[in-house]
Design a protein around this ligand. Structure first.
Ligand code: ITT
Length: 190
């Protein structure tokens, strides 16, 4: 089975590839030559995931799912949240995004944070929403080479290492995207 993942983020696509069984082949927007920027004008992960999935469904007439995700930090009232990709500016520079997190957290002792993912799926005329969340905390140095985005500064609850240090095996067991994928797979296997 082939399933279109409405993302241009190669890291998300790679994560999904490892999360689904071999019988399911994940195609990303890059694989079908779609480079259009889909405006994420929603006010929540749910709205943005639906916007992306609806846009691709309409343009290509294909079943697909989209992921909107991000980091939420308790002491920052849930920021960066839906602005995770562009928190430090429109250039989507992770160095700037992470620096802004550290700047905003100055003076806060509460470093509690979590990642959230929302998937929106179009399948055979039906629509589904799946969610995943992983709790953890922010550290004030970048540690590790794996993963992407905020992984080098996020330590999941119950561990001492960051997601970027822990690598695929752990992230794909306890991570937000792994949890949403489990729910997606249940529907795909019906
Ligand atoms: P698409 O919209 O094309 O899927 P994107 O990178 O723009 O790709 P989002 O709008 O969902 O995706 O932005 C999510 C941002 O949140 C992403 O760029 C990362 O900075 C961060 N993020 C999401 N999931 C993450 C993860 O598993 N680990 C680390 N950072 C993550």
């Amino acid at each position: 089975m082939k399933l279109l993942f409405a993302t241009q983020n190669k890291h998300k696509a790679k994560e999904l590839d490892l999360l689904v069984p071999d019988a399911i082949s994940i195609l990303s927007l890059n694989d079908i030559g779609c480079t259009a920027e889909i405006a994420e004008t929603g006010n929540s992960f749910e709205e943005n995931a639906k916007i992306k999935a609806d846009w691709v469904r309409k343009k290509y007439g294909l079943d697909c799912f989209a992921d909107d995700s991000g980091l939420e930090i308790e002491a920052l009232g849930g920021a960066p949240g839906i602005y995770s990709a562009r928190y430090g500016g429109p250039e989507r520079d992770m160095e700037k995004n992470i620096q802004k997190v550290w700047d905003k957290l100055q003076g806060h002792s509460n470093t509690r944070a979590w990642f959230r993912t929302v998937f929106y799926l179009h399948l055979e005329g039906k629509e589904y929403v799946f969610r995943g969340r992983v709790e953890g905390s922010i550290v004030f140095e970048k540690r590790g080479e794996n993963g992407f985005g905020y992984d080098p500064i996020f330590v999941p609850k119950g561990y001492r290492e960051t997601f970027a240090e822990l690598g695929d095996t752990i992230k794909n067991k306890i991570g937000h995207r792994a949890l949403a994928t489990q729910s997606l797979l249940k529907v795909l296997s019906r």
